[in-house]
Each structure stands twice: as C-alpha cells, then as structure tokens.
Ligand binder design. Structure first.
Ligand code: SDX
Length: 429
C-alpha cells in the first residue's frame, strides 16, 4: 500500500452563492468517499442519511465487499479461497493480525485459545438462574456481559498490550464453551468441560454433544469462516460505536451481539427456517409466499433475501448452498425444506419484483439448513452466527482503538415542537 501522499482530489459543494471544496478519500479499489469531517464547521450544514446507506463511518483494512460484483475479501484474500483452503482459527489470526500465520504462529495462537477454553464456572450459575426457555441470544448476551466481573482488569481492555491480548484470547477461547453451555442449559443437560486435545471447532462439538463427527466439524469450520467478518454491518458498527466510548471489549461485543439478534440482521437465519417450515406446512406453495413478499400491504418479507450492500449473489450464500448439498449427502439427511429453499430461490430470482430490486439470497438463506442438519436447534442459529462473527467484531474493535477515533456521536435534524412554555396541569385539556 502506497505511503506517498497522493495529490488531494476534491469535489465542489455549492450552497447559495458559496462554493466549498471537499476532499475525496480513495480506497484500495478506487472506491471514493467525500470527506465531510469539516462540513458543519465550514457550512453550518450536517448531512442526512437515514440508515447510513450512503455514509462511510471509517476507513478500514480488514474486509472489502463489492456488492455489485459479489466480492468479499478478508485482508485481500477472496472468501471462496479462505473457505476452500483456510480454517476458522487461521482466519481469526488473519483478521486480527493482517497476515496469514506461519505454522508456528498458528500453533501458538491456537494454544492461546486452548489455554482459555474454560470460561469462569460462575457463568454456569448465571445460566442456571435464567429460565430454561430464555432465548439463546439473551443467554449468550447475559454471560458475555458478565465477563468483566470475572476479569476486572479487562475493564480497561486497552490499558496495555498484555491486557489487550489476554482479553481477546479469553473471549475467543471461552466463546465455544459459552455457546455450548447455552445449548446444554436449554436442553436441560449437564455441562461438558473442554477437551484440550481437540481443535477449536471439534472441542465446540464435543462440548455441545459429547462427541465429534469429522464431517460435521469440517462443515462447521467452513460455516464459521464464512461468518467471520463483513465490514461495517449493523452489529460490527454497533461494536465500533460502543467501543468508541472506550468501554471494555466484553461490553462492546455484548452490544454487537444485541444488534445481531435482530430479525433483519443475524436473526434472519432463524426466521428463514421458520419461513421454510411454514411454507412446507402450508403445502409447499412457494409462489404464494413470493406474492406475499411482493405485497406492500403484507409485512411478510422473504427472509434470507436481499442485502444492504450485495446487489448480486452474496458470495457466502453460494459457498453455503454448495456445502448444504455436501453435508446433507455426507450425513445421509433428506431435508424437505432444502428443496423448498431451492425452489423459492429459483422462482424469486426469475421474478421481476426481486430482480429489479436486485434481491438475491444472502448468507442466512441456506445456513439454517446446514445448522439444522448439524443438529443445532433453530433458536440457536443466531448464536452460531455470533460464534462465527466474534473474530470480526474483535478485529473491528481493535482497529477502531488503534486508530484513536473520537467517540461516535452522530448529529440529527430536529423535527419536533419549537420552543413553548410549560402548561400547568389545570390548563391542560
Ligand atoms: C445480514 O450488512 C451486512 O453485511 C449483514 C450481513 C452480515 O454478514 O453481517 O450480511 C448479515 O444481516 C444479512 C441480511 C439478513 N436479513 C434478511 O435476510 C432479512 C430480509 N431482508 C430484508 O429485510 C432486507 O433486504 C435487508 C434488511 C437485508 C436490507 O434492507 P435495505 O438495504 O434497507 O433495503 P430496503 O429495505 O430499502 O429494500 C429495498 C426494496 C424495498 O422495496 P421498495 O420500497 O423499493 O418497493 O426491496 C424490498 C423492500 O421492500 N425488499 C424486500 C426484501 N428485502 C428488500 N422485499 C421482500 N423481501 C425481502 N427480503
């Protein structure tokens, strides 16, 4: 990456008779951003962009997405190559350290995760105090939020290099057990301790089910790679916003976990399966549900379809769709909702409503079918998304803190009452 200052490209903004020159930031792939950092001070105007559909909140060197071409790269490596050749722990290292690890670096990194595989036993008591039927995203959020209580030095996670990395290793190392604890609590099963002889994903399956199926482990490792990061999505942006207040890493991640829970974001994978099941129970009439999704009077949306950035196929959905066939074949599972999903995809893509709005399957459309084939209960799907996204959230938090960015504090356009005097109770109607 060039460190020579490029001549400053600018654009002109005309307000009334005044003309203002605004600098332009150029990205690695020549994407352009108009820098409005001084707009309010120089023009007295703020911008307005509900949902930040046109607003870049940061520069970042972690992940690149081209929504038109359907490209996703982590530190320059295409997601398809990482899914084929890498592993979840190697992608964690890449996201956090910019480069792929040597064999020694990977071994050292994985050992750090193993050293932190066992969360504080107090988390079990916290889970045991929650209703067994509590939503798994509520459960995992509760115990993530509890971690600073067990690691008081993490409250200033950025204090020094050792505390910073110990906090990162603890969270990455603990998460598989924490997710498995949530599963076991909901199932009313005894907790299973980590087995240090196993790899990261194998250990997770061991703590979930007490056994490890090699094909399931391989498929799950790839699924987690595909979920690892996705630049400034809703939950990562939430982690950055919370992190910008200099709150500890655990609390910033808990904030991101809450954002992921929403059905328009990570909660969609649970909604997709519920939608496919409803279609199956309704006789498999996919066209009826496509018509519902198109009907503006009907709040129903085709869950797992559409994306804020991808206006082409989500590259992750392509890989997951291929893996779905592979996993179901390997496990000798015939899941009727897979055929419904494929039929729905085919009909929707051919329908002008979807094609004109560039609505394609996203990462959530097929992932739930694999999770279900791997024996993961539907309400746990979004927790699985959180397990996969955790290294990305941490990498985004780390990059934010390294950059020394100011606390996030968006402006607004006020549209309420103008100044008025207090109305005494006796004068109110
Ligand atoms: C994730 O940001 C990320 O990177 C997220 C993510 C990640 O890895 O972090 O990729 C993970 O969150 C994937 C998305 C999971 N959500 C869903 O699958 C829920 C269903 N999808 C939609 O709710 C929607 O597509 C969003 C929320 C994903 C994107 O919404 P946008 O960008 O705000 O688009 P929009 O709501 O403005 O929709 C544009 C048009 C509208 O119609 P018109 O007003 O133009 O007539 O498309 C329609 C929408 O009504 N539309 C849909 C639709 N999605 C958009 N119509 C029917 N079904 C859908 N799913």
């Amino acid at each position: 990456m060039s460190d020579v200052a490029e001549p400053q490209e600018t654009v002109e903004l005309k307000i009334g008779e005044e003309s203002y020159s605004l600098p332009v930031i150029t990205g690695s792939y020549q994407e352009k951003g108009i820098d409005i950092s001084k707009l309010l001070k120089t023009t007295g105007h703020v911008t307005f962009d509900e949902g930040f559909k046109n607003t870049g909140s940061t520069t970042s060197s972690i992940t690149f997405i081209d929504g038109i071409k359907g490209i996703l790269e982590h530190r320059g490596y295409p997601i398809e190559q990482l899914a084929d050749h890498s592993s979840f722990t190697e992608v964690m290292f890449l996201l956090l350290n910019t480069e792929l690890p040597s064999a020694t670096e990977l071994s050292h990194f994985e050992q750090k995760l193993k050293d932190n595989a066992t969360p504080p036993v107090g988390l079990r008591a916290i889970l045991d105090s929650l209703p067994r039927e509590a939503h798994p995203m509520s459960m995992i959020g509760t115990i993530i939020s509890a971690l600073p209580g067990f690691y008081p030095e993490s409250v200033d996670s950025w204090k020094n290099e050792d505390i910073r990395w110990n906090t990162i290793y603890r969270l990455l190392g603990h998460m598989p057990a924490m997710v498995a604890y949530v599963y076991r609590r909901r199932q009313g099963l005894a907790y299973i301790d980590p087995d240090p002889s196993l790899g990261y994903v194998e250990n997770f399956l061991h703590m979930m089910y007490g056994e490890v199926n090699a094909e399931v482990a391989e498929a799950l490792d790839t699924l987690l790679v595909l979920h690892a990061d996705h630049e400034q999505n809703c939950s990562a942006a939430t982690v950055r916003m919370a992190g910008s207040s200099h709150v500890n890493l655990f609390a910033a991640i808990a904030a991101g976990n809450s954002a992921l829970w929403g059905p328009l974001h990570g909660g969609a994978n649970q909604k997709v399966i519920e939608m496919l099941e409803a279609i199956r129970e309704d006789g498999g009439d996919t066209q009826k549900y496509i018509d519902k999704a198109k009907d503006k009077e009907d709040p129903f949306r085709l869950m797992g379809f559409g994306h804020r950035v991808y206006k082409n196929f989500d590259p992750r959905a392509k890989v997951i769709k291929m893996y779905t066939d592979k996993v179901l074949d390997a496990l000798n599972i015939d899941d009727p909702v897979l055929d419904i999903a494929k039929g729905l995809e085919k009909e929707a893509i051919a329908d002008p409503y979807f094609s004109s709005r560039k609505l394609f399957p996203n990462v959530d459309f097929y992932s739930g079918i694999i999770y279900r084939a791997l024996g993961i209960p539907v309400p746990m799907f979004t927790v699985m998304f959180a397990l996969g996204r955790l290294p990305g959230w941490i990498a985004q938090w780390k990059e934010l803190r390294e950059s020394g960015q100011a606390i996030g504090r968006p402006r607004q356009i006020y549209t309420g009452y103008t100044k008025r005097d207090y109305t005494p109770m006796e004068d109110r109607s």
